[in-house]
Design a protein around this ligand. Structure first.
Ligand SMILES: [Mn+2]
Length: 252
């Protein structure tokens, strides 16, 4: 049987309960179920969590169920890869050691059935992201991380919740800016495909995109806030799919 690979990103799971959060989780768990049944490969291409910061001895309780399901998928024979996003860069040894999930702090290159993939959250690739690229270096600095770890989790996760509740980034985006971002993202994908890859899979932009170029494609995975989109490689072809939200199996 041909290797099947699923890709998902930007789920932005929050550390609080709400109706929309419960709905998002219900859809996500159904999606996980499909991947598990197929014993497929899954790439989580960044920002699965709206905030993840790993302490040495503890994990955040609100993510217990999702972590448990990931472990069940691994036990069932799925191979799972977790890429860093800009909201959830601060992973340590928990995913590889406790869950058997490979963590990738940057981009990943892989080949399945003769097709080559370049997989990247793709934060900081835009021309206007210069300031962010500088911040990224600080935020990923080992010394900074060890200082941040001294903050009590009640405070650090509290701050993260406060910031995400104030963030209106997604609802206030200027449509012109969105199209400019999509253009630049497609250009970026073309540059990578020109280097010899078949498929470029990105997250971060929340702009569902399935753009053929040469013999390959640039895919932006959209998100699980508004679009509920995922990438699916059936062994030969890659496409962006929309999760069927009418087929909810679990009760909300
Ligand atoms: Mn992101």
């Amino acid at each position: 049987m041909l290797t099947q690979v699923y890709f998902i990103s930007d789920i932005h799971l929050h550390c609080y309960r709400s109706e929309s959060e419960n709905r998002k989780k219900a859809y996500l768990f159904d999606f996980f179920d499909e991947v598990k049944k197929k014993k497929a490969i899954l790439y989580i291409v960044g920002d699965m969590f709206d905030f993840w910061f790993e302490y040495k001895h503890m994990i955040p309780r609100h993510f217990f169920k999702v972590l448990h399901l990931l472990q069940e998928m691994v036990d069932a024979g799925c191979e799972i890869h977790m890429l860093a996003g800009n909201h959830d860069y601060w992973f340590d040894s928990f995913f590889p050691e406790e869950l058997g999930i490979e963590f990738h702090p940057d981009s990943v290159e892989a080949t399945y059935n003769g097709k080559s993939f370049y997989i990247y959250h793709a934060d900081g690739i835009l021309k206007r992201d210069r300031g962010y690229r500088f911040m990224k270096k600080i935020l990923r600095n080992r010394f900074f991380i060890s200082l941040f770890r001294l903050i009590h989790p009640g405070i650090s996760f509290g701050i993260a919740n406060y910031i995400s509740s104030k963030s209106r980034h997604l609802t206030l985006r200027d449509p012109n800016l969105i199209e400019e971002e999509r253009r630049e993202l497609i250009e970026y994908g073309q540059t990578v495909i020109d280097k010899g890859y078949d498929f470029v899979v990105t997250g971060h932009f929340h702009l569902p995109t399935d753009h053929p170029y040469k013999n390959g494609k640039l895919i932006n995975l959209g998100d699980w806030i508004r679009y509920f989109t995922f990438g699916y490689f059936d062994g030969r072809n890659m496409q962006l799919c929309y999760w069927d939200r009418n087929s909810l199996k679990k009760s909300l």
